[in-house]
Design a protein around this ligand. Structure first.
Ligand code: ATP
Ligand code: MG
Length: 479
């Protein structure tokens, strides 16, 4: 139901535990209070009964004799039938009357007779009957005007009290899971609503990359921590955006400034070589410097292009293009390069697959990937190029059986200036900017690129671009 370690799950757990503790305390207090109340009520009823016996029966003893007590109690109260206990003892400790269930009862307590009539002192004793149930017994001292005094004891089983308490316990035990369950579900729903803006912020934050740093997170106008969090994150993105722009502008400016002097240098060096007045060793040195200057030019051009792509340059001037024919034509142009290394190139791109793209940029993608495939495949290898449709995507696959990419290098191939150790060891010329350019172009076309490769087992680069459905006039897929 909830993600592990989510705030929601933790709060719900805390809430349920707290509520359970409160419920248990409340239930315990209610049970104890109810029990006290019921016992007290039972005692009150017993006291009333004892008073009744004293005032209605004992009061008549002087006139009617002690035998009257037994017959009258039996007739009026039938204690056995009502499951009541009644015992009357005189001042000498002699039992004047005892109902049958009073057999197990110990001697009566001493009860004080301070007042004339009936002064009562209730005493509670708990005695186990044969059925091992507890009896509440109330004893009352009673003195007649003529010098007789008696102790009247009336008792009743506590069973009824406990069956009422059992009922309460059942209600509480059944109510507990229902109550905790319902309140937890309620809290889950409410928390879900409260945390929804956080989820939205997380999703928007995930969508923000270096390419769309101008975007901002949604700010829920709730006035609470969530609003402050999104405002703070937005300010942070703004600072990142500014810092990134400064770096980009610097790269673009530096590349631009380096272009002209590099062109001049190359021109001068070429002229020097053409002049033919250099000694052989000097000419070799100048050639080497010229090579490095050309490499430097490539880097500068690459960086300049990357800065332009980052600035969103290729967003404009897009046309519907048949990806298949663009790929076939480009492959055709690169066949001589492959033939130089006796590499067999197979192109499977016959069906029309339309995309919306900037043609030069898309061509750069294919050229860079093919250039890598040729460069990193040894003589006699094979390269397969395929273009096909896959649901709403136009897919380009370039598969080679060359040197492949090690597991360590694989996550880094799209980084600027990255060249694997194998490649650096071979001293194969290259700036390490090719794939970062490819990635930039593909992403600016709302596409994706992935690579599968293992060392010495070739590499597969797969580019996906949103397919254009011409009759609808819009891309079939959006990133
Ligand atoms: N088809 C491939 N087979 C094996 N390794 C590859 C392949 N394509 C790329 N790589 C590895 O990825 C690295 C980065 O490639 P990228 O195209 O960015 O740079 P480069 O080819 O070295 O230089 P550039 O393309 O700028 O001339 C390469 O140096 C190489 O190690
Ligand atoms: Mg390359």
């Amino acid at each position: 139901m909830t993600r592990p370690r989510s705030i929601r799950a933790r709060l719900i757990t805390l809430y349920a535990v707290t509520l359970s503790l409160i419920f248990i305390c409340f239930g315990g207090y209610t049970y104890w209070g109810f029990k006290e109340y019921l016992i007290r009520s039972l005692q009150q009823a017993l006291i009333r009964r004892a008073h009744q016996i004293a005032s209605t029966i004992l009061a008549d003893v002087p006139q009617k004799g002690e035998a009257y007590i037994s017959s009258e109690i039996q007739a009026r109260y039938a204690p056995e039938l009502n499951d009541r206990l009644i015992r009357v003892t005189d001042q000498l400790g002699r039992t004047v009357y005892a109902s049958k269930n009073a057999n197990g009862l110990s001697a009566p307590p001493s009860v004080s007779f301070d007042q004339i009539g009936f002064e009562t002192t209730p005493i509670h004793r708990e005695e186990a009957s044969q059925a091992r149930e507890l009896l509440q017994v109330v004893a009352i001292g009673y003195r007649l005007d003529h010098g007789y005094s008696y102790i009247v004891e009336v008792g009743a089983s506590e069973n009824e009290v406990f069956s009422a308490l059992d009922g309460l316990l059942w209600t509480l035990s059944l109510g507990f899971p229902v109550f905790i369950g319902l309140t937890s579900v309620g809290a889950y729903i409410l928390l879900g609503r409260a945390l929804k803006p956080v989820d939205e912020i997380v999703q928007s934050a995930e969508r923000i990359t270096l390419r769309n740093l101008s975007q901002r997170l949604p700010v829920p106008e709730t006035g609470d921590e969530v609003e402050r969090l999104s405002l703070a994150l937005n300010r942070m993105i703004e600072r990142l955006d500014e810092a990134f722009q400064v770096t980009s502008r610097f790269t673009a400016d530096a590349s631009h400034e380096l272009r002209t002097p590099l062109t001049i240098m190359r021109g001068e060096l070429e002229a020097l070589l053409k002049d033919g007045r250099l000694r052989d060793d000097q000419a070799t040195q100048v050639e080497s410097v010229l090579e490095e200057a050309e490499r430097l030019s490539q880097i500068v051009e690459g960086l300049l292009l990357l800065s332009r792509l980052e600035a969103g340059e290729s967003q404009t001037g897009r046309d519907p293009i048949d990806f298949s024919s663009l790929v076939s034509a480009t492959t055709e142009q690169m066949v001589p390069l492959a033939e130089d290394k006796s590499i067999k190139m197979v192109c499977e791109a016959s069906r029309e697959v339309m995309v919306e793209a900037t043609e030069v940029r898309l061509k750069q993608v294919v050229v860079n990937l093919l250039d890598n495939a040729i460069k990193y495949t040894p003589e006699g290898g094979k390269i397969t190029v395929r273009v096909f449709e896959e649901s709403s995507w136009a897919v380009l696959e370039i598969i080679d059986n060359g040197i492949g990419i090690s597991e360590k290098a694989l996550p880094h191939v799209f980084e600027r200036f990255f060249r694997s150790e194998q490649v650096q060891a071979r001293k194969a010329g290259g700036t390490g900017l090719g794939l970062s350019m490819v990635l930039s172009i593909v992403e600016s076309h709302a596409g994706k690129i992935e690579v599968e490769s293992r060392e010495n087992q070739g590499a597969t680069f797969r580019v996906r671009l949103p397919r254009l459905e011409l009759h609808l006039g819009r891309p079939a897929a959006s990133a």
